[in-house]
Design a protein around this ligand. Structure first.
Ligand code: SF4
Length: 332
């Protein structure tokens, strides 16, 4: 008898997000002027197992935050399938998704813009408790525990967001996300808007909460040293597509894609005297309305082979256990 495999906590298959832009561009194939589309996420697939932390990295504009918003159903997908514990959520209406919403929560980059400035923190949290249907006794118990775990004093519940520091408010943002007892936490650049001095504290808290509450995380960041510290596996995105994915240590010790190599080379040294090979990237990130032909990275790639890279999209191939990359030259 074959044992049935448990579905992954989250499974994404060929996710696509397109926006109509207020601009017309010439179609390079037929020379006609057409409405422009921004291809923010293009054919992104991955799976996330229970208790795993998957990092998504790339420069700003690579589509990582749009991908997070699609997963949260804050913006509709244009294509592809998203499954949570084997249930398809991509086709669900907001009403159908309401039952699952407590299980998938998000922490945003800027804690000041993620709370209503007119409400005390206590009121904001109560609103969440009511929205997800937590009974009053249960609510008090959960809140007490989470205040303790996040190191926040109860009297702070009487304050307004503007009366707290960025670090304190991000602790409240974490508390709010954890109140519904989620199984998946999507953290979108959770420390990048904070002072450097408090970034390490919030990261430490996030790791502590992940262990205590057995969380699965999707961790989005442009900061590779943070991703290396937090994630077990990493997915590198460029202009809406995934160009490489591997276990974290494998990716950092053997990056195969020229873009990953450049990102790692550009990251600050983790210790004094660390040797790094410099990989210089040419040019700017192309305009997402006028996607480069062939490999999207070719206009900036130091290893671009004219006639091939600018014309043919590289295939997604496995180059070692769990190490996948999309580049014509890898393995040649
Ligand atoms: Fe560079 Fe060509 Fe590889 Fe793209 S396919 S990353 S242009 S070498």
């Amino acid at each position: 008898m074959t044992e049935e495999r448990e579905p992954a906590l989250l499974e994404a298959a060929g996710l696509v997000k397109r926006y109509a832009a207020k601009k017309r561009v010439r179609n390079p194939e037929n020379g006609k002027w057409e409405n422009a589309w921004v291809q923010a996420v293009d054919n992104v697939s991955f799976s996330l197992e229970e208790r795993e932390t998957l990092g998504i990295v790339g420069e700003s504009g690579c589509g990582k935050s749009t991908l997070a918003r699609c997963i949260m159903k804050l913006t509709p997908l244009s294509g592809g399938k998203l499954l949570f514990r084997g249930r398809e959520v991509s086709g669900m209406s907001q009403r159908e998704f309401r039952e699952l919403r407590p299980k998938i929560q998000m922490v945003f980059q800027n804690p000041y813009s993620s709370f209503n400035p007119k409400l005390t923190l206590g009121r904001s949290l109560k609103t969440v408790g009511k929205a997800v249907g937590i009974a009053p006794g249960e609510y008090r118990e959960r809140l007490g525990k989470l205040l303790e775990y996040t190191g926040l004093a109860e009297e702070m519940l009487e304050r307004h967001p503007g009366q707290l520091s960025g670090g304190q408010l991000q602790r409240f943002a974490l508390l709010r996300a954890l109140l519904p007892q989620p199984e998946l936490l999507v953290a979108d650049e959770p420390v990048s808007a904070l002072d450097v001095s408090v970034q390490a504290q919030i990261l430490g808290l996030l790791l502590d909460l992940r262990e205590r509450l057995a969380l699965t995380m999707l961790f989005i960041s442009h900061d590779l040293s943070v991703v290396r510290h937090v994630c077990g596996r990493v997915m590198v995105m460029y202009l809406g597509t995934v160009v490489e994915t591997a276990e974290t240590e494998e990716l950092f010790s053997h990056p195969l894609h020229p873009y990953t190599q450049a990102l790692i080379a550009a990251a600050p040294r983790e210790y004094p005297g660390q040797e790094k090979e410099r990989v210089l990237l040419g040019g700017e990130i192309p305009n997402a309305m006028e996607m480069p032909t062939g490999c999207r990275f070719h206009p900036r790639c130091p290893r671009c082979v004219p006639g091939m890279c600018d014309q043919v999209s590289p295939e997604w191939r496995e180059r070692g256990a769990g190490h996948f990359v999309a580049c014509h030259l890898v393995g040649e």
